[in-house]
Design a protein around this ligand. Sequence first.
Ligand code: URA
Length: 193
Amino acid sequence: MGIPKPHIPLDEIRAAVEACHKCPLADGRTQTVFGVGNADARVLIVGEAPGKNEDLQGEPFVGAAGKYLNELLGIAGLTREDVFIANVLKCRPPGNRDPRPEEIELCTPFLREQTRTIDPEFIVTLGNFSTKFILKTEVGITRLHGTLQQAGRFKVFPIFHPAAALYDGSKREALENDFATLGELLGTRKPQA
Ligand code: URA
């Protein structure tokens, strides 16, 4: 076996993200959205890309989907301070359009380094883009959500994106059940009355 590469400190990865101009999304951003939370987290949550509020505040999941994510974390017996939250893309796509393949390719070396440094036990992928990237699969989130997967040494637990439930209420039950299952897998879920 070769000598493992040393992990890059999160502050160094953050500085590289802030300096990045590898794709045109850099021109439209107010600021980069590196990610936030516990650098020793057991759980890394990976969303898609910053939206308008995240671009303005420099923090992931601070808009309506973020408020709902906080509630969902509560179902698992977790708070935002327990987890690390990041996105596939670090800059907002214009008009919140989907990430493009070339943007994902250029941006995800940052997510890969964040993952190596945080070294979580679980990666929770929210929605199709992060699930397909982390699992290197074409299978969609509708089939994969709520099933425990593996990517290298990481357990991966795909869940619908919380924003999906904001315009399709039928996804709420699946999201809430999946976060309950996550809490059970982690042993953090509070006993239900
Ligand atoms: N949706 C995401 O995927 N990420 C965010 O940070 C906000 C909304």
